[in-house]
Design a protein around this ligand. Structure first.
Ligand code: SAH
Length: 201
C-alpha cells in the first residue's frame, strides 16, 4: 500500500508514510473484507458510510502539513482510521461523528490500540467543536457544497482546513489557509465522498 499506492503517486512526507506503515488498516474494515483492507479503494463500514481509499487519506493528511504538536479537528470519524493516522502525527485530535454507533466503535478500537491523544464527540461537525477551538488543522472527510463557516472561524492563525468541496457526486479536495486573518484557498485533486449532513453541510 505504501510503496505502490502512496509513494508512487507522490506522497513524500516521511512522517505520513511512517504513520501508514504503523496503523493496521485491516482492523478498521468489516471482518469479511479484511483480506482487501490494503487495496486501492474505499470500502463500506456500515450505516451507509465508507472508509476512504488509502491514497485519499494520505493526500488529505499530507495537506495538513503536521509537525507533531498541533491540535487537529476531524469531522466524520467513520471507521476511525483517519483519526488513528492523525493521532500518530499531531499532538491532540478531536474527532466528531454524527452516527453514534460508528463513533462508539471507533472509540473502542482506538482505545484498544492505546491511543490517548484523542477525544470522540457525537454531533454535527459542520458546527465544528467550539470548546476546544481554535485548531491548527481541520479535516472534513465528507463532501460539502461550500466550506462550513464555523470551521473557518475555528481555524487558528496559520492553520489549514482540508475538505472535499463540490456537489453530491464529485468534489475537489480544497485546502484553506488562514494567514494573518485572511483566507486563501487552493484546489487539489478531484474526489468522491459521502455527503456531509448537518446545518452547514
Ligand atoms: N474518516 C473516515 C471516513 C468517514 S466517511 C474514516 O477514516 O473511516 C464520512 C463520515 O462522516 C461518515 O461516517 C458520516 O456519518 C460522517 N458525517 C457526515 N456528516 C457529518 C456531520 N455533519 N458531522 C459529523 N460527521 C458527519
Amino acid at each position: 500500500m505504501v510503496e505502490f499506492q502512496l509513494k508512487e503517486r507522490g506522497i513524500i512526507d516521511k512522517r505520513v508514510l511512517d504513520a501508514f506503515r504503523k496503523v493496521p488498516r485491516h482492523l478498521f474494515v468489516p471482518e469479511n473484507m479484511q483480506a482487501s483492507a490494503y487495496d486501492d479503494f474505499a470500502m463500506p463500514i456500515g450505516s451507509g458510510q465508507t472508509i476512504s481509499q488509502p491514497y485519499m487519506v494520505a493526500i488529505m493528511t499530507e495537506k495538513l502539513a503536521l509537525k507533531g504538536e498541533e491540535k487537529v479537528l476531524e469531522v466524520g470519524t467513520g471507521s476511525g482510521y483517519q483519526a488513528a493516522i492523525l493521532c500518530e502525527l499531531a499532538g491532540s485530535v478531536i474527532s466528531i461523528e454524527r452516527i453514534k454507533t460508528l463513533s462508539d466503535q471507533a472509540e473502542k478500537l482506538l482505545k484498544d490500540m492505546d491511543y490517548k491523544n484523542i477525544k470522540f464527540v457525537v454531533g454535527d461537525g459542520t458546527e465544528g467543536h467550539k470548546p476546544e477551538a481554535p485548531y491548527d488543522g481541520i479535516i472534513v472527510t465528507a463532501a460539502c457544497p461550500t466550506p462550513p463557516p464555523p470551521l473557518i472561524d475555528q481555524l487558528a492563525e496559520g492553520g489549514r482546513l482540508v475538505l472535499p468541496v463540490g456537489d453530491r457526486y464529485l468534489q475537489n479536495l480544497t485546502i484553506i489557509r488562514k494567514i494573518r486573518g485572511k483566507i486563501e484557498a487552493e484546489t487539489s485533486i478531484g474526489c468522491m465522498f459521502v455527503p456531509l449532513i448537518g446545518r452547514c453541510g
